[in-house]
Design a protein around this ligand. Sequence first.
Ligand SMILES: *Cc1c(COP(=O)(O)O)cnc(C)c1O
Length: 474
Amino acid sequence: MKTLFERSVPGRHCTVLPACDVPVLKPSETREKALRLPELSETDISRHYTSLAKQTFGVNDGFYPLGSCTMKYNPKVNEKAAQLEGFTDVHPLQDAQGSLELLKTAEKYLCEITGMDEMTFQPAAGAHGELTGLMLIKRYHELNGHTLRNKIIVPDSAHGTNPASSAMCGFTVVNIPSAPDGCVDLEKLREAAGEDTAGLMLTNPNTLGIFDKNIKAITDIVHEAGGLCYYDGANLNAVMGIARPGDMGFDCVHLNLHKSFSTPHGGGGPGSGPVGCKSFLADYLPGEKVVEENGVYRWQSRGENSIGCVRGFHGNFLVVVKAFAYLTTLGKQGVPEVAKNAVLNANYIKHLLEGTWQVARPGICMHEFVLTLEELKKETGVSAMDVAKALQDYGIHPPTMYFPLNVHEALMIEPTETESKETLEEAAAAFMDIWKTIQENPESLHDTPHHSYIKRPDEVTAARHPVLRDPLND
Ligand SMILES: *Cc1c(COP(=O)(O)O)cnc(C)c1O
């Protein structure tokens, strides 16, 4: 497909600018070379973007079972709420009572869901929330004179951002392997926890879709060693309204409003990764907090122990508006329904695939599960990548591939609660069809997908050497 620059025809345009009525710049103030902008008609531009839009794939196009990411359908009405002028046209320094009340109420709801006491909406994403939460832990140890505590324990079933955030915050990462059942190995944890432990970061349910059965023992071991416990709540879709990190012994948690709470994600944002904590950490939270007195809301400083600011004002406010609209629609009954249906859907599709496809950790899963294609690859040469690509020909977005790292040839599937029984059955039928093709003609899988615009891009080169500007414009 041609770029807008390649379609450009000198002299073609779709607007007529009024005559310039401001003083013209002096030659010394202007560019040496005229900026090369594409010259196009409105039809050219409209067709270009419509054609691009048709080539992408989103939750509105079809099943999108991307593991660990909760790519669910987000009701359009929440977008409408976030587009209300009263929310979009307000300046963060205005004491807009409705916006402050919304922030305070959203904080209350999300604290109730997580079992935390206070929350900040500053972080713009999950990983940003992790860094913020770790900064709270760091500040706690600093202020209490725990100078030796510089290590964060991260089980190998954690999301990749956990060790990355710990390192970014200046901690040394201590990786501990999982037990054969996919849960944290308590013996290994006991060995790792000690006087140098600042804390533990746990993704729960973990990336294998397992809710750690020893969760309370885990937080006890860390607390007894003098460390704090951080809960990666990106997988909250599986447990919200049912189990609370605060009750499991965690001291702080981040949520991904752009996963569990109705903001579409993918394509780079905007997101929101609020961080909640127990009251003993609350003074360290970043930014100001909303307080209410006699029905009047206002901002209040958190005091000198705050870690400062991790983002401007109160983060991506309109994402919080969507989460608030979503929570008010669902209510107390709806929130646990989300979690139950997400778990039910994952178990249903797992059940339909099991027996033919090999599940990495058999048994009941939470909201996601992982297939391993290790044996299949040995026998037929067909890899997880080949199958993920083949699914595109069935109108299904590929699942997460080659993750988690402790499963070989992994395909990680998270259907979410917003898919119907029929969709799950159609997806299972696609998997079965692919299985049949593998038995009959495994070679044909190597150049899948056969019907998409782009076949097998060189992902490494695309990531390492992205071409983000028109080379002719340099
Ligand atoms: C997505 C995810 C993150 C990171 O969140 P971002 O918003 O992408 O930065 C962290 N942990 C888990 C388990 C996740 O699924």
